[in-house]
Design a binder for this molecule. Sequence first.
Ligand SMILES: [Zn+2]
Ligand SMILES: [Zn+2]
Length: 355
Amino acid sequence: MKAVVYHGPGELRVDDVPEPVIVEPEDCLVRVTMASICGSDLHVLHGLMPEMRPGTIIGHEFVGVVEEVGAAVARFRAGTRVVGPAAVWCGRCRACRRGLPMACEKGAIFGSGPLFGDLAGAQAELVRVPFADTTLQPIPEDLPDEQVILAGDILPTGYSAVVGLNPGSRGVQAGDTVVVFGAGPVGLCAVASARLFNPAQLIAVDMEPYRLALARDLGASAVIDASRVDVRKRIYELTEGWGAEYVIEAVGREGSLRDAVAVAAPGGCLSVVGVFQRPTVLNLPRMLAKNVCFCIGMGDLRNIPRLLELVGTKKLDLGRLVTHCLPLREAVHAYEIFAKRVQGAVKVMLIPGEG
Ligand SMILES: [Zn+2]
Ligand SMILES: [Zn+2]
């Protein structure tokens, strides 16, 4: 089968590789009908994922059709359309029982190398999905692939940033001023999700005008172009000197994290889903003076069924984030479009078996 394979830093190829097989009784094989490229795939491509081995299939965002099920799989049979989670979890271990599937002792992220469970990626014609009954979700009929594919990773990440990243943590409350740093795919999902909780103001910050325009379409009440405007000053103007009760960082850079700390209101919450690559300095004196709470983490993929519901009832409509669709065999070109953000790229899809 064809698959997108990592060959070392900066090098990707579409290769012919052996098809996966059922290994464990809880596995499903899924025939991928659409896969998408994620910001974290670029980290893999650029050699920033430790221990990543050349020859690994990458990608962790996919929808498809169940092709074959292991003996212990009860919820699925061949032919069911499913959306895959970015990572799998067992549902039974200590972490899973405490509501932390992302810390599952047997968990794995697709296409992310041995450090993350050594599970082959999903930018391929077929993918093996462990713990299928726990992790795969059936797609409601009548929802096309491009409407649901984001529900497997970036939407749960943006949504989790809004409802709280830590079990029991404070999510966005009605009447909050919410600031979202970063109007990339995850930040835009956070904007769309935050809107569901009736914030008083919803402010998006980015440096790309087309992404800020999308943030407005998805419900931002104000947008700030950080390349032209003093972000902190503007947020304090918009909040009459108070700051924002809820600040989401979806960039993963020190500069925006510093801004996020600076604009948090007293008693506010910082919710960080940006993917940081190295230790980063936090202004703790400033945080101490404001009694802020700081939460950082990965999205809770157990939100996928709820998100499919919100997509199905059109409360969340993220189809416009899907800006490009290319055959899987053109993956190298697709990665370029995504990485360089050409032609207003937000999310770039790969279609296996096309052409
Ligand atoms: Zn992703
Ligand atoms: Zn587990």
